[in-house]
Design a protein around this ligand. Structure first.
Ligand SMILES: *Cc1c(COP(=O)(O)O)cnc(C)c1O
Length: 386
């Protein structure tokens, strides 16, 4: 047996492990301190009641002989796929059929698994900084990667790749910078992909957080995108499903990948939990929607508090308007980990070092609006007193 040697090219420790190790070490040395967690990339508010009720009902069905179910369709139940189209796409003038929508256990696995559909010699373009999963999955597959720097000087808007890219990962709204692209900007990417026969893997995990007008909520709002884009979505951040596990991936037939993905899923994936799909279905009811809206509003109010608080102290901050993350420049001359350590040691505030999201994230840190409100308020007070 020979192992996949590409794994040797991965960074040794996953970013979040490194952060929690440092936090644990600090707490072991200072057990009397209270750590203010502003680094969390995970939801913290409970699920809306209608979503929980739907799961209870689903469990009850499974408990009785006449309503029990076994395996569902690998692609997900038709009722959920149709509801997704009716709610997330049809109102935006996007035509999709249910066989182009694949229910998943969340975006994370599909973002990695989609990589299987393409040959190894494909060249990948990835925003820098960005969510680490695309880079790691591409490294595991042994592909060459071009990083597209996004920094304050270019308004965090990536330039089109100079070297031809076959696979392009776009995460919009962006984790960690909170950047969005408007229709005109996103159209340049779709046009590029059409000209170069590239595929865009569009991670729209934060779509529900978009608050500004004229920002596309789906890449398929752009003409021609169905030929060149796969859209990956998740109920994790929008509806608080990080534990429940449900998302979906749209693979339009025009991409030429729909049959391949169906073949892949029917072979290697036996479907998303019935209970999770019932929960996802409940997010589209009026009551479910209302509960989710309350949580989203709560997070975005926290985002506003963090952003305006840091701004008033003179920090250079970005994001926090269409995404639950605030991207903050470290004080002049400091790198990400220096600022991270300083905030940990002097304020007991835990953030995420920007460099962990890519080389261009150096000199920044990310604050998360998924943090507890009282932690944020106390953290801002402590940072102010620095
Ligand atoms: C959290 C996150 C995901 C993962 O979502 P799951 O559906 O929970 O796997 C995907 N993409 C981005 C950018 C995220 O921040």
């Amino acid at each position: 047996m020979n192992t996949n040697s590409h794994y040797l090219n991965l960074k040794e420790q996953y970013l979040f492990k490194n952060i929690s190790d440092r936090a644990d070490a600090y707490m072991a040395a200072h057990p009397e301190q209270r750590l203010l967690r502003m680094g969390v990339g995970d939801v913290t508010r409970p699920l809306p009641l209608p979503v929980c009720d739907a799961m209870h009902r689903a469990v009850e069905e499974l408990a009785h002989m006449d309503t029990f179910r076994g395996y569902g369709p690998e692609e997900g139940y038709e009722w959920l796929r149709q509801t997704i189209i009716d709610n997330d796409y049809a109102p935006r003038g996007i035509d999709l059929t249910t066989d182009e929508v694949f229910i998943s256990e969340g975006a994370g696995s599909d973002l990695g698994n989609l990589s299987e559909l393409f040959s190894r010699d494909n060249h990948v373009a990835i925003l820098d900084p960005t969510y680490p999963a695309y880079t790691d999955a591409s490294i595991m597959a042994g592909r060459d990667i071009t990083y597209l720097p996004c920094h304050a000087e270019n308004g965090f808007v990536p330039e089109l790749p100079k070297r031809k890219a076959d696979i392009i990962y776009l995460c919009l709204p962006n984790n960690p910078t909170g950047t969005v692209l408007n229709h005109t900007q996103l159209k340049q990417w779709v046009d590029y992909a059409r000209q170069n026969h590239s595929i865009i893997i569009f991670d729209a995990a934060y779509e529900a957080f978009i608050s500004q007008p004229d920002i596309p909520h789906s890449i398929y709002e752009i003409e021609g995108a169905k030929e060149v884009a796969v859209e990956v979505k998740s109920f994790s951040k929008s509806a608080g499903f990080t534990a429940v596990r449900c998302g979906y991936t749209v693979v339009p037939k025009e991409t030429g990948l729909q049959a391949m993905w169906l073949r892949r899923q029917t072979t290697k994936y036996n479907g998303t939990s019935y209970i999770a799909q019932r929960a996802a279905m409940a997010t589209y009811t009026p009551e479910g929607r209302a509960g989710i809206r309350l949580n989203l509003d709560f997070y975005m109010t926290t985002a506003h508090l963090i952003k305006s608080g840091l701004q008033s102290m003179g920090y250079e901050v970005y994001g926090g308007v269409n995404a639950p993350y605030i991207w903050c420049r470290a004080p002049q001359g400091w790198d990400s980990w220096t600022f991270f350590d300083h905030l940990l040691n002097e304020c007991q505030v835990l953030c995420t070092p920007g460099v962990g999201f890519g080389a261009s994230g150096e000199g920044y840190v990310r604050f998360s609006a998924f943090s507890k409100r009282e932690d944020c308020e106390m953290a801002l007070q402590r940072i102010k007193n620095l």
